[in-house]
Structures are given as C-alpha cells and as structure tokens.
Design a protein around this ligand. Structure first.
Ligand SMILES: [Cu+2]
Length: 354
C-alpha cells in the first residue's frame, strides 16, 4: 500500500473521530441542559479568539524581525530615498490602523461574549464620531497621494542635462545595452533593421550611430544621472533594479524612460556589505515567458575615471561587427526615406548571409 493511500485513510479516520467527538459533546449537552452548555461554548470561542489574536500578532512581529535581512532596506539612489520614506510613512499610518482595528476586533469578541442576562447597549449613531473617522483618514490619504504625485512627476519628468544615456532593450530572454559612444549621442533605430547581426536595429545611415557601442553589462557613474531609454524586441518586459528602486515596463513599439542617480559605487557596496561578490542586479519584473527567471542583468556603478577607461575599451558596434560585411552593403542599398515603411528582404531577415 502506498503512503498516499495510507495518508488518505488516516485523514478519513481523523474526520470520523472529529465527527464522533462533536456528536458526543452534543449528547453531553443534552444531558447537562442546553442553555448552560451554549454559554460555555461561547466562552470557549471568545477565549480562542483572544488566543488567536495574540498568536497571530506575535507570529507577524516575529516574521518581520526574522526575515528583515531578506528585504533590501536601503536604496542606493536619490529618488529611492524619497520612495522609501513615502513607504515608511504609509506603513506607519496603515500599520497603526491595522493594529488598532485588529486588536479591537478580537478583544471585543472576547469582552462582549454572550453572558446570560446581559443586554447590548442601544447606540444607533454618533455624528461627531463619524465626522472624525471620515475627516482624519481623508486628510491623511490626501496628503499621501499629493506627496506621491509630486514625487512621481519628479521621477518621470525631464532628465537632468548631464545625464548619461543608456538604451536598454529587452528580448526573450536577455537585456541589450547601447551607449552613444564618443559623441554621447545614440544613433537612430528602426525595428525593421533588426537582424542576427544588428541586434537592436540600429540605423547605420544615421551618422550618430557610427560610434555607438553595445555592452554586455550596464555601467554607470556614481552620483551622475542615468537616463534609461527602454525598448523591447518582442513582448512586454520590465526593467527592475531593486537597489535603485527603478522599475519601468519595456513595451514593444514604444520607448519608455526612467532616470535615476546611483549614490554608491559597486566597490563601496562590496566593502559596506562585507561581500566581495556583491553586484547590483537587473531583474525582469514582468512574467515574459519560460526563460523569464533567467533575465538577469548587471549594473556596475563606478567613478568617472573608471567609466571613461571602460568606455575607451569598447569597440564601436559599426566598426567591429558591420563594416565590411553584407550588412553594410545592405544598408548602403537602403534608399527608404520613410522609416516606418522600411522592409527587409526575406533572405536578410532569415540571416542567411551570416
Ligand atoms: Cu522579460
């Protein structure tokens, strides 16, 4: 006999025992007098409510304390600190209300349990009380929402002029990063130009694209604003960088954006966390397919000098991967002026020339 069958039999027997016990207690009640036993049951229930509350709240506080290290408690970006303080203020108000109402709910069940001869107080309304419990939450919630909207406009507003621009393109199941190169300007793109070689559809007819380079990880300068220009090649992804409190959808056919200022370098974090392997991770925050879990990206935050040295080593994408290949010839043949109508020949799309 398998263990599953045994477990099922045990479970059925257990249910039968509980059922029999309930019936027995019913017979006992009949023998002892119904009213007396009802009062005793109410009393037992009231105490169970009180015990449930104490156990439940203790378990809640214990789990918050026990799992506190699983949370990323300190954000490492400027707007992240705003978001965190908003989160804490919201948690303070909602937490206070939660504790007060839950304690009252269970305590009152215990305090006002059925006792023979006790009558409930008739208390139909109290306008003053109702006014206060409407006005106070209204003020608190309006304040929270107004602060939230103000911060949201700051976060999603125009990026500072000295921002480093990074184009991040999601695809099933990885991230592509493109930098503007020496001129700091990202060249144009067109999804029709996407091929096996031209991974994110860079438009090489745009002079600004000639020095663009593709990177395998994102590099940022500490305390310098970074503007992410977010694209997707296939389905909706989402750029999530928990340490920076960055989260924005990557939507096919659109460029979404998010700017942020990292406040600590990777090296600083490694010392602070006492972890030489520490890294800022990018996760895809949108369930985008079977390989979704594998869409991990890397952000290196470094000093301006380190960043410049890294950038100098990056070969231009055009020079290293396109120049002198069939891809270049194909591009040269493009006379399409209206980009949205650009269409590639089937052979090119299938990547046969590679
Ligand atoms: Cu994804």
């Amino acid at each position: 006999m398998s263990s599953t069958t045994l477990s099922i039999i045990a479970f059925v027997l257990f249910i039968l025992v509980v059922f029999q016990l309930a019936r027995t207690s019913e017979y006992v009640a009949v023998l002892r007098g119904k009213e007396k036993s009802e009062e005793e049951t109410d009393k037992a229930n009231a105490w169970m409510f009180l015990i449930f509350m104490i156990l439940g709240l203790s378990a809640m506080f214990w789990s918050v304390y026990h799992y506190k290290d699983l949370m990323i408690r300190h954000s490492v970006s400027v707007h992240g600190q705003w978001l965190d303080s908003m989160f804490n203020v919201t948690l303070f108000f909602t937490g206070t209300v939660f504790l007060a109402t839950q304690i009252m709910l269970f305590y009152f069940v215990w305090k006002y349990k059925h006792v023979k001869g006790r009558k409930a107080k008739y208390y139909p309304e109290n306008n003053k009380l109702e006014m206060w419990w409407t006005v106070i939450p209204a003020i608190v919630l309006t304040t929270l929402v107004v602060i939230g909207i103000y911060r949201w406009f700051q976060i999603t507003g125009p990026e500072p002029a000295d921002s480093n621009v990074v184009e991040i393109t999601g695809q099933q199941f990885l991230w592509n990063y493109r930098y503007g190169g020496a001129d700091g300007k990202l060249g144009d793109y067109n999804f029709n130009y996407i091929s096996g070689v031209n991974k994110v559809g860079v438009d090489f007819n745009d002079p600004a694209s000639k020095d663009d380079f593709l990177a395998t990880e994102m590099h940022c300068v500490v305390n310098k604003p970074v503007l992410l220009r977010i694209r997707s090649k296939d389905v909706i992804h989402d750029v999530g960088i928990p340490w920076f409190r960055v989260k924005m959808d990557a939507v096919p056919g659109l460029v979404t954006r998010f700017w942020f200022i990292p406040t600590k370098t990777t090296a600083q974090m490694r010392t602070e966390m006492n972890n030489p392997d520490f890294n800022f991770d990018i996760a895809c925050d949108q369930l985008c397919g079977t390989g979704h879990y594998g869409m991990k990206g890397l952000v290196i935050v470094e000093t301006q000098e380190e960043f410049d040295a890294w950038m100098k080593k990056q070969p231009s994408f055009y020079e290293s991967a396109v120049k002198g290949t069939d891809e270049e010839k194909w591009f040269a043949s493009q006379t399409i002026k209206v980009k949205s109508e650009a269409k590639k020949p089937a052979a090119h799309e299938a990547g046969k020339k590679e």
